[in-house]
Design a protein around this ligand. Structure first.
Ligand code: GLU
Length: 495
């Protein structure tokens, strides 16, 4: 027997943005497909016309694209045509298939027409509520004869699945075997009286006809899986393997609400996180590698290592600190050219004249920030002084580095160092500062921090010698003179 090729899918409902939980389901399916030479399919569950909006479809697909989760088969998106042989990949375009398969179930006696009216069903539900028992379909239309059906003429009808006797087994890779007695289900509707297929039928017909081999999705669907297994069997499709993974919880341990910042994957792009970080981070929200303690993974590593066996059962809590740490690590992994390309649009957006600078200068600027910035967005406060002369000085910094007893001496010494240099390099700046510190009995910190405040207006930023080198001799000396003048003419020295 040949092993079937892995085919897995994500099937989001485009009723909003790409939620981080949907991204997790997509990522696990995608990594699993990639690690097995399989196919990853994007299918849009867009049957709820009222909640579906093309704008949402776009935002969601953009989220996938940003993360780099490319689908091998899926719907048209932007300039990309639909791809794959099992389309269409939007449920709204698959209605005929659902009707055909539902009709087949009816013809085979596995489903039946139900003529009960809404009023009748509501009354039964109310009675059940009054009697404090779970509502159950009465079974009124389960065994209608041909004659009884003929009498109904063209009265509207829904189609109900005839739940067979016995037991249903969901052999879940993560949850283990889950056995449900079929008695617990009543005959459920699979096609509404207006002809629309219910989610359970649509998802199973799609998975069946698209030859899906693995259904990896959130454990909020575990309660649906019993119905799905019965439908797979009734329709005669091979059963896929199920893996229901826990949902993502927020830092307080609650389900990650749609309303929280960061629920939308693209919020992280806005905040300056790398897609590489998000892939790494999301993959760890429910999966562990065999290498204990390792948390930093490149995409390539994940594609090699990802296995369903190591998915965990307990819900994963969002941990912002870990995410930030990972982002710093991924920023350091970029080539300097790569980092430069990613930060340029941010600097341009901030209104800085980056295009007037030579490429080599920009790359150097990115390089001196690479070890420092926790998010791409931080490039702006880390480099703004290159483009705009500081208009003032950080208040705390001023007290610490401009108003102490030795402050003026330190600034003047620093200026002398700058003036005395024959070449303007990181090494010569450093050597001259170190020598002057010794000779003048100043702490190197006083020299460095005072200079930083004078050149950038701030107390944090890229390495001082590196930033001074890039800022240039003339500009640096000019800013030192301004600062010295400022210290001399304003404020009182404090101890
Ligand atoms: N549309 C469902 C969701 O977004 C997915 C159903 C499935 O994966 O089977 O949760």
């Amino acid at each position: 027997m040949t092993t079937p090729v892995v085919r897995c899918r994500v099937a989001p409902s485009p009723s909003g943005f790409l939620h981080i939980g949907t991204a997790k389901a997509a990522l696990y399916n995608w990594l699993f497909a990639r690690s097995h030479g399989g196919t990853f399919i994007l299918r849009l569950e867009d049957t709820d016309a009222e909640r579906t909006d093309e704008q949402y479809v776009h935002a969601m697909c953009e989220g996938f694209k940003w993360l780099g989760i490319e689908w091998d088969e899926g719907p048209e998106f932007g300039d990309e045509p639909e791809k794959g042989e099992y389309g269409p990949y939007r449920q709204s375009q698959r209605r005929d298939l659902y009707s055909r398969e539902a009709a087949r179930l009816v013809a085979e006696g596995k489903a039946y027409r139900c003529y009960c009216t809404k009023e009748e069903l509501d009354a039964q539900r109310e009675l059940a509520a009054k009697e404090k028992r779970p509502p159950r379909y009465s079974g009124k239309c389960r065994n209608l004869t041909e004659e009884e059906i003929a009498v109904k003429g063209d009265a509207p009808f829904a189609i109900r699945f005839r739940v067979p006797e016995g037991e249903t087994l969901i052999d879940d890779i993560i949850q283990g075997p889950v056995r449900i007695k079929n008695k617990e289900y009543d005959d459920f509707i699979i096609v509404k009286s207006n002809g629309d297929a219910i989610f359970h039928l649509a998802v199973v017909v799609d998975d069946g006809l698209m030859k899906i081999t693995h259904v990896i999705r959130g454990d909020d669907h575990l309660t649906n899986a019993g119905r799905h297994v019965m439908l797979f069997n009734a329709l005669g499709y091979p059963l896929p393997q199920f893996a229901h993974h826990p949902l993502i919880h927020d830092e307080q341990g609650r389900k990650y609400s749609k309303r929280l910042h960061g629920a939308n994957v693209l919020d992280w792009r806005e905040d300056g996180y790398l897609p590489e970080t998000m892939i790494n981070y999301i993959s760890l929200l429910g999966w562990t590698s065999e290498e204990e303690g390792k948390e930093f993974y490149t995409l390539e590593e994940l594609k090699q290592l990802f296995t369903l066996k190591r998915l965990t059962k307990s819900p994963a809590r969002f941990d912002r600190k870990k995410l930030d740490w990972l982002n710093g690590q991924h920023i350091r992994m970029l080539t300097v050219e790569g980092l430069c390309d990613r930060v340029l649009p941010l600097l341009r957006n901030a209104g800085f004249a980056v295009d007037e600078k030579p490429r080599e200068w920009l790359i150097e600027m990115a390089a001196i920030c690479q070890e420092k910035i926790p998010t791409l967005n931080q490039i702006v406060p880390y480099t703004d002084f290159f483009f705009v002369t500081p208009e003032g000085y950080d208040e705390k910094g001023e007290r610490k580095f401009f108003r102490k007893e030795n402050s003026l001496k330190a600034l003047e010494t620093a200026l002398q160092c700058m003036n005395g240099l024959s070449e303007w390099t990181v090494e010569s700046l450093k050597a001259s500062y170190e020598q002057a510190a010794q000779e003048k009995e100043l702490k190197i910190g006083a020299l460095v921090n005072g200079t930083r405040l004078a050149l950038t207006g701030k107390t944090v930023g890229p390495g001082l010698y590196e930033l001074a080198k890039l800022l240039g001799r003339e500009e640096s000396i000019g800013r030192m003179q301004v600062a010295i003048e400022y210290v001399k003419t304003s404020g009182e020295e404090s101890s």
